[in-house]
Design a binder for this molecule. Structure first.
Ligand code: NAP
Ligand code: G4F
Length: 391
């Protein structure tokens, strides 16, 4: 069955729509009216629809899982590339029937493409997670970062505003604790001033303010989640926690000798991504749109993470870590520590995973991955010939 029907015409009361039936929908306030051969036949209970940009990323994959578990139809924006970027979603593609998870090509650089897609999908909720999300990279690619992380937000807001002229829609913007920079306040909350210290953070500040402005200027239901660092076994491999846990697994299995790192003194408020996507969803279920800090309230140094991660596999980190100035940043944030009181009080959200549990979860996953890689490397390979110049 595609959807359940509240029929007004008794003659269609027993009718169950099938895939080959041609029907039309019209939206009237919150209702979806169903038309069959030009006649209004009833009101339908369709699953709620969400559009997630950045669905192939760490957060996008956890959010897609959460929304599917709540019965949503999930639409994801995916950049076209010559190789698939769906590795974090492949388990969902296998488990989920095609009506529940739909992927569309698109790019945050392409405004008209985004508007067409949003008007076509007519989502109830839009989660704008797509970004060039690496802070160090933003120093090397500042203009690109600003195009995607600042103007990309504006393009998504404009698309959402066009849809909001026809039907209600809610918008979530993935804002970041990077916006606080080297804050003068020990704990950062929703009223802490922004002091951005990277092209990435400057772009995120712009996206934050545009989101607030669309809320105030056009009455759009738009929220900023100001999320502190959150990690998982699905974290990109160039962020420091995952870089460390990948190295720990490989070093333990004899596949790697050392790991090169930058500043070990910086402190971050690290939580688990699986917990944080729940806060995103809760923000869009409120009666009034607001902005929320999402954090654990604790802070630890990169060195603390190294201690825990190497200890988990019985090694001493000092024996394996080397300093490499290439991983330093022109401007660094020394400490971040969030105050998520507002999220706890209004959303009923609290983090479920401690710093220690997060480190163990990531090391265990990457140790297993390294064992699998070692096994595959030792297996005989068929069908490929080593290249003469393959160094
Ligand atoms: P991530 O793993 O790097 O994922 C980024 C996603 O954005 C990927 O799906 C990527 O697609 C997509 N993307 C990049 N450029 C795009 C473009 N031009 N058009 C369309 N899609 C594009 O990041 P994440 O950790 O999940 O973070 C999600 C969001 O939260 C980001 O906006 C990030 O800045 C923000 N945030 C993250 C944290 C954190 O600690 N994780 C904290 C605060 C805020 P590909 O797969 O094709 O690369
Ligand atoms: O893991 P990181 O690259 O994360 P960073 O810069 O805090 O940014 C992450 O969190 C933000 C939220 O606050 C997000 F908005 C953003 O999208 C991203 O997800 O670096 C963490 C710390 C930094 O102080 C960095 O200097 O680790 C230090 N670090 C030391 N050595 C390193 C390395 N970082 C990386 N990536 N690689 C290193 O070798």
């Amino acid at each position: 069955m595609l959807f359940s029907l509240r029929a007004e015409d008794p003659s269609v009361r027993k009718w169950t729509p099938r895939r080959r039936d041609r029907f039309d929908f019209k939206h009237e306030n919150q209702n979806r009216l169903l038309f069959f051969r030009g006649q209004k036949v009833g009101t339908v209970d369709l699953p709620r629809r969400a559009l997630v940009t950045g669905i192939t990323g760490q957060d996008g994959s956890y959010l897609a899982e959460l929304l599917l578990s709540k019965g949503y139809q999930v639409h994801g924006l995916v950049r076209r590339s010559s190789l698939s970027s769906q590795s974090r979603l492949s388990h969902l593609c296998h488990q989920t029937r095609e009506e529940r998870l739909k992927l569309h090509y698109g790019d945050l650089a392409d405004g008209s493409g985004l508007t067409n897609l949003v008007l076509d999908i007519e989502p109830d909720e839009i989660y704008n997670l797509a970004a060039q999300s690496h802070v160090r990279t933003s120093f090397d690619k500042p203009v690109y970062t600003v195009d995607i992380d600042a103007l990309g937000v504006l393009r998504m807001l404009e698309a959402t505003r066009q849809l909001s002229k026809h039907r209600p829609v809610r918008f979530y913007q993935a804002s970041s604790s990077e916006m606080f920079g080297n804050s003068k306040e020990a704990l950062q909350n929703e009223s802490t001033p922004f002091r951005p210290r990277s092209p990435y953070a400057c772009a995120k500040v712009y996206g934050f303010h545009q989101t607030v402005n669309y809320r105030e200027a056009y009455g759009l239901f738009a929220c900023n989640g100001i999320l502190f660092n959150h990690e998982s076994p699905r974290r990109g491999e160039t962020f420091v926690t995952r870089k460390i846990t990948r190295a720990v697994g490989k070093i333990r299995e004899g596949l790697q000798k050392t790991v090169l790192l930058g500043n070990l003194d910086s402190r971050r408020d690290w939580g688990f991504a699986g917990d944080y996507v729940d806060a995103m969803w809760r923000m869009l279920q409120q009666e009034i749109p607001e902005d929320f800090v999402v954090a654990t309230g604790t802070t630890h140094s990169v060195r603390d993470f190294l201690e825990l991660a190497f200890h988990r596999v019985g090694l001493n980190w000092q024996d394996y870590v080397e300093h490499d100035p290439r991983f330093l940043r022109p401007t660094e944030i020394d400490v971040l520590q969030g105050d998520a009181t507002h999220a706890r009080q209004k959303l009923g959200w609290t983090p479920g995973t401690s710093f220690e549990q997060l480190a163990v979860m990531m090391v265990d996953a990457d140790w297993k991955l390294a064992r699998d890689e070692k096994f595959l490397a030792s297996a005989p390979r068929f069908g490929t010939q080593k290249m003469e110049n393959d160094f």
